[in-house]
Design a protein around this ligand. Structure first.
Ligand code: ATP
Ligand code: MG
Ligand code: MG
Length: 365
C-alpha cells in the first residue's frame, strides 16, 4: 500500500495518521520528539530534527506523497522534499503562512481584506503605526507565533514605546490595527489535485488567553456572511494553487464585513468538530486531497460545540464519556502542562439547537 509522509508529530499529525489508516494508507512521520502523539499511531517514526538531511531522505524514500501538520516547518526541508516527490500543500502556501507580513500582502493581493497593518523593524516604525491606528494595535512577531504567543496589545493609553522592539525579541514584527470585531469565525476548506473545492460551515471561535477554547457550529452569522466566508476561502485556495485542507480565520464586523486574520496551511483546531458532526472529517478530507482522491462530503448532520481540554482538564474524560451526545478525543499526551492541548470533545446538538446556549441546547461545559 501507499505511504503518506507527515512532517510533524503533534495531535494534528496523529489525527491525520488515524484518518490515513482508515483509507488504507500507511504513514511515516518525521518528528524529533520520541514521545509525540503521532508516534503512537504512525507506521514509521523518524525521530530527527525537521531539517536533518538524512532524515528527510529517509522520509522521501518511505513516502509516496508528503504533507505537514504545522506551519513552522523549515521551508528548506519542504523544498528539498519537494525536489523528490509531491509535497502538499505546496511550499508557496507554507511560505505565505509562515510570515504574517507576507501573508497579509498575499491576502490583499488576492482581493481578500485584512486589518490594516504595517511592518515594524524598530521603535520608530511602531510609533508611526500606532499613531496611524489611533493608538491601538496588536504587535505580532512575523514568524513562529501561535496560541497568541509573541503578541502585544496596545490600547490608546500606551504612550511610550521606547524599547518595545527589543522587548519583542528584536525580530521582524507587524503591527495590526486593533479590530473591534463582533465575533471570530473560521472556515475549513479543501482543494483537490483536480482543482475541485469543498468547504465546511463556518465555526464561531471563542478564545481564552489567546488559545482556542471553543468552536460553535453553526456560527451566529447570516447565511450571506457564511457564504462570503466560504467563497473567500475558495479564492485563497485557487490563488495558491493549493492541495489539501486549509483553515482561514476571520474577524466578523458588526455590519457582517469579514477581515481575514490568518491562514493555516493544514488541518485546524477549529475544524475538530467535523469528526463528530460531518460525514467526512477535515482529517479524512486532507488525506483524500493529498492522495489525489475525490474530496468528500462536508455535509453536517448535527449542530455542535467543540471544546478543547487544556492542561489538567482531561480529568473530565470519564464524566464526558458518560454523556450520550459527546464525542471525546484524547491525544495520548503523558504530561499535562498548563494551557497544553490534551484533547477535545464535541457535544452534538439537534440541527435546530443553538450552539451558543439558550433554549434547547446543552451548553454548560
Ligand atoms: P493561532 O493559535 O490561532 O495560530 P496566533 O498566535 O497565530 O493564533 P492570531 O490568530 O493572530 O494569533 O491572534 C490570536 C487572537 O488574538 C485572535 O484570534 C484574536 O482574538 C486576537 N487578535 C489577533 N489579532 C487581532 C487584531 N488585529 N485585532 C483584534 N484582535 C486580534
Ligand atoms: Mg496562527
Ligand atoms: Mg489565529
Amino acid at each position: 500500500g501507499a505511504t503518506i509522509g507527515i512532517v510533524g508529530g503533534g495531535q494534528l499529525g496523529r489525527m491525520l495518521a488515524m484518518a490515513a489508516a482508515g483509507l488504507g494508507y500507511r504513514t511515516a512521520i518525521l518528528e524529533p520528539d520520541r514521545d509525540c502523539p503521532a508516534a503512537q499511531v504512525a507506521g514509521l517514526h523518524i525521530a530527527a530534527p525537521y531539517d536533518d538531511g538524512k532524515a528527510l531522505e529517509k522520509l522521501a524514500n518511505a513516502s509516496d506523497v508528503v504533507t505537514y501538520e504545522f506551519e513552522n516547518v523549515p521551508i528548506s526541508a519542504i523544498r528539498s522534499l519537494n525536489e523528490q516527490l509531491a509535497v502538499y500543500p505546496p511550499p508557496e502556501a507554507l511560505e505565505a503562512a509562515q510570515d504574517r507580513l507576507a501573508e497579509k500582502i498575499f491576502l490583499n493581493s488576492a482581493g481578500v481584506s485584512t486589518a490594516p497593518f504595517i511592518s515594524v523593524d524598530n521603535d520608530e516604525d511602531l510609533e508611526r503605526g500606532l499613531s496611524a491606528f489611533g493608538g491601538r494595535g496588536v504587535l505580532k512577531t512575523r514568524r513562529m507565533g501561535y496560541d497568541g504567543k509573541g503578541q502585544r496589545v496596545f490600547r490608546s493609553t500606551t504612550r511610550d514605546v521606547k524599547g518595545c522592539f527589543a522587548q519583542m525579541g528584536g525580530v521582524p514584527l507587524v503591527l495590526e490595527d486593533l479590530v473591534a470585531f463582533e465575533r471570530e469565525v473560521s472556515v475549513i476548506a479543501a482543494r483537490g489535485t483536480d482543482g475541485s473545492m469543498a468547504a465546511y460551515d463556518p465555526a464561531e471561535n471563542i478564545h481564552r488567553d489567546g488559545i482556542l477554547f471553543r468552536s460553535n457550529v453553526p456560527a451566529a452569522i447570516s447565511p450571506a456572511t457564511a457564504e462570503t466566508a466560504r467563497e473567500t476561502a475558495f479564492t485563497i485556495l485557487s490563488a495558491l494553487g493549493y492541495v489539501g485542507v486549509i483553515g482561514v480565520e476571520f474577524f466578523v464586523m458588526k455590519d457582517g464585513t469579514l477581515l481575514a486574520n490568518e491562514i493555516a496551511p493544514r488541518v485546524h483546531n477549529s475544524g475538530h468538530w467535523t469528526e463528530a458532526a460531518c460525514l467526512v472529517s477535515q482529517f479524512e478530507q486532507h488525506i483524500r486531497a493529498v492522495a489525489g482522491l475525490p474530496l468528500g462530503s462536508t455535509t453536517r448532520h448535527a449542530n455542535c460545540v467543540m471544546t478543547n481540554l487544556l492542561g489538567t482538564e482531561q480529568e473530565r474524560a470519564a464524566a464526558l464519556l458518560a454523556e450520550p451526545d459527546v464525542v471525546l478525543h484524547l491525544y495520548g499526551k503523558a504530561e499535562a502542562r498548563p494551557g497544553r492541548k490534551m484533547g477535545h470533545y464535541t457535544r452534538l446538538l439537534p440541527l435546530d439547537g443553538n450552539p451558543a446556549g439558550g433554549k434547547g441546547s446543552l451548553q454548560n461545559g
